[in-house]
Design a protein around this ligand. Structure first.
Ligand code: KIV
Length: 287
């Protein structure tokens, strides 16, 4: 946990951390309480990730997530976070048609959603889009490797960059996105040695998720970390707590205690003075 919780971090703090040889922490949150927990834990960045489509909205993938849904969640998250940098994911369809659509939605994410910066998925084919958003004044975090918005093109949630050619493509993508002005880049589900090499080649920070320990920082999705998503846990997601079991146990105990008359007890109930209760009974009997 880091020191001063009140000081709002900026993208320059991230670069300084990396320059000092310190690691960056980024965690995906979905709503007000999860963002409060993450912000207070001392992480550097809260990702308002479109994975919330799966963890909070029950979609089978991030593909159906809309810009309106992202803004709705971003508003709740930004009300909770005072310290961390808020990274707002632009969902599929929010930046794919034109640069002007990308700029409009990036501004919406910042202005309405309260994000500090935006994240877009894709390799060097999205470098010009990233540059357009950066030139409009909104910092951009890039995201390459496994890019879940393009799941059909990738053929599923698969590790990327495993062949020599695909690894070299990732290096070219990362360099193009850095040249476009992105301030950081997420490397998702790529071989650790490829991620380390990209990290060495780039000046901007790399934030890995399933990309090994050689990245400048690490990202996890809160729901995966604390066991609040029961459909599947990706190989790269370490489960630090099992909240699903805790909550299931609590729900079972609640029902047992209501059945057994153990809940609610006096301390959960509200009382009425004897004279008021007597007057109440009298007024009822008159009716
Ligand atoms: O949406 C998300 O949480 C993400 C991370 C997996 C990087 O994009």
């Amino acid at each position: 946990m880091s020191g001063d919780k009140q000081k709002k971090l900026t993208i320059f703090d991230l670069q300084e951390k990396v320059d000092r040889g310190e690691k960056i922490f980024q965690v995906t949150a979905v709503d007000f309480p999860s963002a409060q927990l993450v912000d207070r834990s001392g992480v550097d960045c809260i990702l308002i990730g479109d994975s919330l489509g799966m963890t909070a909205l029950g979609y089978p993938s991030t593909v159906p997530v809309s810009m309106d849904e992202m803004v709705h969640h971003a508003k709740a998250i930004s009300r909770a976070a005072s310290r961390s940098i808020l990274v707002g994911d632009l969902p599929l369809g929010a930046y794919h048609s034109s640069h002007s659509e990308a700029i409009t939605n990036a501004i919406r994410m910042v202005k309405e959603g309260g994000a500090d910066v935006v994240k877009i998925e894709g390799g060097k084919e999205f470098a010009a889009t990233a540059k357009a958003v950066v030139d409009a004044g909104i910092p951009v975090m890039a995201h390459i490797g496994l890019t879940p918005q393009l799941i059909s093109k990738l053929g599923g949630f698969r590790v990327q960059g495993k062949s020599a050619e695909a690894g070299a493509q990732l290096v070219a993508d990362a360099l193009a996105l850095e040249a476009a002005g992105c301030f950081a880049i997420v490397l998702e589900a790529i071989p650790d040695r490829v991620a380390t090499l990209i990290t060495e080649k780039l000046r901007i920070p790399t934030i890995g998720i399933g990309a090994g320990p050689g990245c400048d920082g690490q990202n996890l999705v809160l729901h995966d970390m604390v066991g609040l998503f029961d459909r599947f846990t990706p190989k790269f997601a370490k489960k630090y707590a099992d909240c699903w079991s805790l909550i299931t146990k609590a729900l079972g105990e609640f029902q047992d205690e209501v059945k057994n008359g153990q809940f609610p007890m006096q301390e959960h109930s509200f009382s009425m003075r004897d004279e008021d209760y007597a007057a109440f009974l009298e007024s009822i009997s008159k009716k």
